[in-house]
Design a protein around this ligand. Structure first.
Ligand code: SAM
Length: 208
């Protein structure tokens, strides 16, 4: 953690620090410092209360969001059982069960009527990069007007912009899908999107 980011009080929670260490030791990808600090400020500035997260992993980002304010409610979706179990454990340890509802399923198979919350102020897309357009189109009906869709990893370690030419076929396919998502988002007239060179590339899309 950098000197500047450490000044943010929510980073001083020992259990959150433990989760950061666990993620680092077990190579679990969690939202990086810059992206997390930005998302936390967006939640505060917009008085966001209802959040949908696609991609829970160990429940790190959802725990940080829930700790901002007791009125915040989060539905978060995870398809990997080990991650799901780890997230359940962490959310219980933090006493956040009443704020965070984890759905153990592939997000693309989730029945929208089973989501706990009717409408979301913010949707955070942080799961399989090749499926971003599918996640967006599936869940946007649950976003209120003026609500925000936050997409991360849109530069994919810089490779989306500057591929070396030596990437594997699978990686190239994923990079093509991320580029297609970026273009589609940029041209989506129903949203006002800003692309930010922060962290691994972030897009903030506001529903018109
Ligand atoms: C980058 S991690 C999420 C990190 C988390 N948001 C955080 O910052 O603490 C992505 C997670 O999405 C999950 N995932 C990928 N594709 C998914 C899908 N189609 N449905 C549900 N979960 C998915 C993966 O198993 C992985 O745990």
């Amino acid at each position: 953690m950098t000197y500047f980011s450490a000044l943010n009080k929510y980073k001083n929670n020992d259990y959150i620090k433990y989760m950061e260490e666990y993620a680092s030791n077990h190579k679990v990808p969690i939202l990086k410092e810059e992206g997390l600090d930005l998302l936390v400020s967006i939640i505060k500035m917009n008085n966001v209360k209802n959040i949908l997260e696609i991609g829970t992993a160990i429940g790190y980002s959802s725990s940080v969001f829930a700790l901002i304010n007791k009125d915040i409610r989060i539905d978060t979706i995870e398809r990997d059982e080990l991650m799901y179990q780890e997230a359940l454990k962490n959310i219980n340890a933090l006493g956040l069960e009443s704020q965070i509802n984890i759905i153990f399923e592939d997000a693309l198979n989730v029945d929208l009527s089973t989501l706990k919350l009717d409408q979301y102020d913010l949707i955070f897309i942080d799961a399989a990069k090749s499926q971003y357009t599918n996640f967006f189109t599936k869940f946007e009906v649950k976003l209120r007007k003026g609500g925000i869709i936050f997409s991360d990893n849109l530069l994919f370690h810089g490779l989306v912009e500057n591929a070396s030419g030596k990437e594997s076929r699978n990686l190239n396919q994923m990079l093509r899908k991320i580029r297609a998502y970026n273009e589609w988002l940029s041209n989506n007239e129903a949203y006002d999107t800003t692309f930010l060179r922060i962290g691994d590339g972030i897009a903030i899309s506001i529903k018109k």
